[in-house]
Design a protein around this ligand. Sequence first.
Ligand code: NAI
Ligand code: MG
Length: 496
Amino acid sequence: MRNELFIDGHWVKPVNGGTFPIVNPATEEVVHHGPAGTAEDVDLAVRAARRAFDQGPWPKMSGAERARYLRAMAAGIRNRLQELARLETIDNGKPIPEAEWDIGDAAGCFDFYADLAQELDRKPVEAIALADARFTSKAVREPVGVAAAIIPWNYPLLMAAWKVAPALAAGCTMVLKPAELTSMTAMELAAIAMAADLPPGVLNVVTGAGPIAGQALADHPNVDKLAFTGSVPVGSKIMQAAARDIKRVSLELGGKSPFVVFEDSDIDAAVEWVMFGIFWNQGEVCSATSRVLVQESIYDRFLDRLIEETGKIKIGDGQDPGVLLGPLVSRRQMDQVLSAIDKARADGAHVAVGGGRPAGFNRGFFVEPTVLVDVPLESDAWNEEIFGPVVCLRPFATEAEAVMLANDSKFGLAAAVMSRDDARAERVAAALRAGIVWINCSQPTFTEAPWGGYKQSGIGRELGRWGLENYLETKQITRFASAEPWGWYIKDSTLS
Ligand code: NAI
Ligand code: MG
């Protein structure tokens, strides 16, 4: 485990020497002390990224050359998959098989953007047909400049990959600030970049507190682009910081995503996907389908099966075999989720299963997988992100009612619909106001497909070719290609 920041290709101690505790949420043990960067360290990192962009080779390289570095980083991640997954589990709490999945996806993300970097070479210019034939024009794509990534703790290395890989593919340089709750794999990503011989300053990693290191990065005048994933209140601060000097900004924020289950669904398949939609990663998922609408004719049967299967989920230390639900990331997160459940009860909801800390656990930030029913539409439980293994259930009568209830939210990140009737599923998918709609499943995420939210769930799209767009500027280059004089001021020019 490391205790230095990665700036300009070197490991350096934070200027003021500060540290913060790294806690294993399953045991509550302090396993390490991470380096707490401050505004001074952020400034050094941004300067390094600026130099690397303005004077270094990175933005001028061909896409194929940058792709070689990205592939080396993908291989570096894959070679250390087990070790990185273990660090992720110690830091975040998630079960090892989920962490392994994330690390594999992070490597895949670097490979995917390596391909897109190469594609930039094949499509460097786009000719533009102008109505005025005296001019020719073309559009070229260029990197935005110095990008800053501020990322959350729920998928630590994967969220880093979603931002670092496309930024580097585009030719940007970057400063990455991981969440203080989960910094270990970001530090290893720096080591992997170093081993891949990434030129100095192209990727810098500064760990530390959000309001200190994160805010300094968002405020830094030499950053051209802010990419953020996290809560709505912090997203709003990031956008305000961007507004001051017109930085480019992309935000991936929270949600309260609906899952609509129609009566023609296979009950077991519906229960399985509803569980995957809310209990996977302890429900600490921005796109978690935390509001489930079930057609009234199957509501009771569905609820019985959901209660039965939820009760069987093995809770424990993510490092133990067979565990499907680990602890939440922190005491604060556990306390927030427990108080959200208490508030739901006070507001009139009933706990069908779960509802507290699991019996027999005297340490660790564990919360039982919880199903809430009779949840009032105006309650916080129905409207606000809980970010834990807590699902709200509600019956509906008609398709129109389901769509109305599903869309009645300030968020619009994701939504899911389950039906054997493909035409109905497509109709509902079209009607749902969300950036991601799953049909007959919930949560599978693909590097090739656009990811991001409507409404308060964010701005912009990550992943796929859309993810690369975040890090590219568009420049038009237009030439006056006529031998005729322009003749506006000088009417009788005699061309020799
Ligand atoms: P957060 O939004 O505070 O943390 C996300 C990142 O922002 C971290 O790297 C943090 O250090 C940084 N940050 C915090 N304050 C900052 C500031 N003033 N300037 C710049 N960066 C700053 O999320 P938090 O507090 O850990 O979780 C609170 C809630 O946010 C969760 O309960 C959940 O509802 C939501 N959340 C949503 C996520 C998503 O994937 N959409 C991920 C994490 C949390
Ligand atoms: Mg931790």
